[in-house]
Design a binder for this molecule. Structure first.
Ligand code: HEC
Ligand code: HEC
Length: 300
C-alpha cells in the first residue's frame, strides 16, 4: 500500500473511532412526557429527601441541613469534586429547572445543558427512583430557603476533566436496574431493596470501588477502605465479618439511634446517614433490615 492510501485509511479509522466515541458517549435525557402529568407533593417529598440523603452532601458542612448551598469537598483519586448549590435560587440553584430536567439529572446523570455528571453525585443509585418520588422531592426542594452563592468548580485533572468521556464510564459501570433480582421478594423486601438501592445509596459507601471508580459488583456491601482515607467502611452483609450476628431489631436501633448491639455509637460518615434515617417510619427501617438479610454474605 502506498503512503497516500495509508494516510487515507488512518483518517477514515480516526473518523470512525471518533464517531463511535461520539455515539457511545451521547448524553441521554428523560422523555419530558413521562413527568408531564406529575404534580408532586412537598409533604411526601420530605421523606424522600431524608431517605435519599441529599442534605448530607449539598448542605454546608456544619451548616443548616435545609440550606442546600453546596460547597462540600469530595476528594477522590481523580481530583476534588464540590457539591453544587441545589437550593431554589434562580441564579445559582435549581430555581429555573423543570421537573423533566431534575428527573434527567437523577435518573440519567445528565445536566440541562446535556453534559454528563460525575458519579460523585450518586445517580447510579438514584436512577432506580420512581418518577412519582422524584416529583415529590422536587416539590419539597422548592419549599427550602434559597442560597445565592454560586457553585464551586471541580478540581479535576485531564482526561477526567472531559465530561464527555463519562458516557463510556456509564456504559460500563451504570447497570440498568437493581443489583438484587426481583424474584421471590416480599412487599417488605422490595421496599427494603428500594430504600437501599434506589434512595439510601448505602451501596455507594459500603461497596468498594475499582480503580476506575466503578462499584465492585462481587463485593456488594462488603465494605472496604474509606475513600476519605481514614479507617475502613464496615461490611454490612450477613456474614460473620459483617452484621451476620445482628437481629432485625439491632439494625432498626442502629439506624434510628446510632447504637450498635455492643453499645458503640456510630461515627464518621454514618452519623449523617442516621440523622436522615431517624425521619423514616419504623416499617421502612424494618424493610432495610429485611433487605440486608437477603444480601449475599461476603467475608471481609
Ligand atoms: C454523595 C454526595 C451527594 C449526594 C448524596 C447527592 N449529591 Fe447531588 N451532587 C453531588 C455532586 C458532587 C454533584 C456535582 C456533579 C457534577 O458536577 O458532575 C451533584 C450534582 C447535583 C445536581 C446538579 C446540579 C447542577 O448545578 O447541575 C443536582 C440537581 C443534584 N446533585 C441533586 C441531588 C439530589 C436531589 C440529591 C438527593 C436525592 C443529591 N443530589 C444527593 C453530590 C451528591
Ligand atoms: C456516606 C457513607 C455511608 C453511607 C451512605 C452509608 N453508610 Fe453505613 N456506615 C458508614 C461508615 C463510615 C460506617 C462506620 C461507622 C463507625 O465507624 O462508627 C457505617 C456503619 C454502618 C453500620 C454498622 C456496621 C457495624 O458493623 O458497626 C450499618 C448497619 C450501616 N452502616 C448501614 C447502612 C445503611 C443501611 C445505609 C443506607 C441507608 C448506610 N449504611 C449508608 C458509611 C456510610
Amino acid at each position: 500500500m502506498n503512503r497516500k492510501k495509508l494516510i487515507k485509511l488512518a483518517v477514515i479509522a480516526g473518523l470512525v473511532g471518533f464517531g463511535a466515541f461520539w455515539l457511545l458517549t451521547l448524553p441521554q435525557t428523560l422523555d419530558p412526557s413521562k413527568v408531564a402529568q406529575l404534580t408532586g407533593s412537598a409533604e411526601k417529598g420530605a421523606l424522600v429527601f431524608a431517605a435519599a440523603g441529599c442534605s448530607s452532601c449539598h448542605s454546608a458542612k456544619d451548616g443548616d441541613p435545609l440550606i442546600l448551598s453546596g460547597g462540600r469537598a469530595f476528594p477522590s483519586d481523580f481530583g476534588t469534586f464540590y457539591a453544587p448549590n441545589i437550593s431554589p435560587d434562580t441564579e445559582n440553584g435549581l430555581g429555573n429547572w423543570t421537573l423533566a430536567e431534575f428527573a434527567t439529572a437523577l435518573k440519567k446523570g445528565v445536566s440541562p445543558k446535556r453534559k454528563h455528571y460525575y458519579p460523585a453525585f450518586p445517580y447510579t443509585t438514584y436512577q432506580n427512583m420512581e418518577l412519582t418520588d422524584i416529583a415529590d422531592l422536587f416539590a419539597y426542594l422548592k419549599t427550602l430557603p434559597a442560597a445565592s452563592n454560586p457553585s464551586i468548580a471541580h478540581d479535576v485533572a485531564f482526561p477526567f476533566s472531559i465530561r464527555r468521556g463519562l458516557g463510556l464510564w456509564k456504559r460500563i459501570f451504570m447497570p440498568n436496574g437493581f443489583h438484587m433480582p426481583d424474584t421471590g421478594l416480599s412487599v417488605t423486601e422490595k421496599r427494603g431493596r428500594y430504600l437501599v438501592e434506589a434512595m439510601g445509596h448505602c451501596t455507594e459507601c459500603h461497596t468498594p470501588r475499582n480503580f476506575l471508580g466503578g462499584l465492585m459488583q462481587d463485593r456488594w456491601l462488603a465494605g472496604g477502605p474509606n475513600p476519605d482515607g481514614k479507617g475502613r467502611i464496615p461490611n454490612i452483609t450477613p456474614h460473620a465479618d459483617g452484621i451476620g450476628g445482628w437481629e432485625e431489631i439491632d439494625v432498626v436501633t442502629y439506624l434510628n439511634s446510632g447504637f450498635t448491639p455492643e453499645y458503640d455509637s456510630a461515627g464518621g460518615a454514618m452519623v449523617e446517614v442516621i440523622e436522615n434515617m431517624k425521619h423514616l417510619p419504623e416499617s421502612d427501617l424494618k424493610a432495610i433490615a429485611a433487605h440486608l438479610r437477603n444480601v449475599g454474605p461476603k467475608e471481609k
